[in-house]
Design a protein around this ligand. Structure first.
Ligand code: 4NP
Length: 157
């Protein structure tokens, strides 16, 4: 019998309609397909509340669906409470991370960048795809997919 502990992960970007919903969906999918034991909770949030209540951007939903992943999140703004209730918070870029760090002096969550789970051949920031073309959405998904194995390793050990 396995005794995996409960772990919770929060992905954070600016608007919570492109990058962090993709992180939430792809990590959940990766965990589901590996049939990992244990109770892992995954969520996402944005540092701005501008899109609160909205589903993920349709371009990101289509790009994810093309990889077999349905994105079902609704945008919400990150709260100080998130930084004291989640075990791991993964920011998509350094600006997101700085915004999170300014929210509370002593978060209990471990704060990381998505690129902390990637090799040096990837950039430090997950580029914001919102104002660009379809290739930007594909690149975000490529980056997240590449990071998922290391994220899973870090939460399941
Ligand atoms: P996200 O992308 O941070 O990956 O969700 C963005 C979504 C919306 C805006 C900026 C980035 N916006 O300025 O409305």
């Amino acid at each position: 019998m396995s005794h995996s502990k409960t772990c919770s992960v929060l992905f954070v970007c600016l608007g919570n309609i492109c990058r962090s919903p993709a992180g939430e969906g792809l990590l959940q999918h990766s965990i589901d397909t590996r049939q990992l034991q244990g109770d892992i909770e995954i969520d996402s949030a944005g540092t701005i509340g501008y899109h609160t209540g909205k589903p993920a951007d349709h371009r990101m939903r289509i790009a994810a669906l093309n990889r077999g992943v349905e994105l079902l999140s609704q945008s919400r703004k990150i709260t100080v409470k998130d930084l004291h209730s989640f075990d791991l918070v993964i920011a998509m870029d350094r600006e997101n991370l700085a915004d999170i760090q300014r929210m509370t002096p002593e978060p209990t969550a471990e704060l990381k960048l998505l690129s902390d789970f990637l090799g040096d051949n990837w950039p430090s920031d997950v580029p914001d795809p919102y104002y660009g073309g379809d290739e930007g959405f594909e690149y975000v998904l490529d980056m997240i997919e590449a990071a998922c194995p290391s994220i899973i390793d870090s939460i399941s050990t």
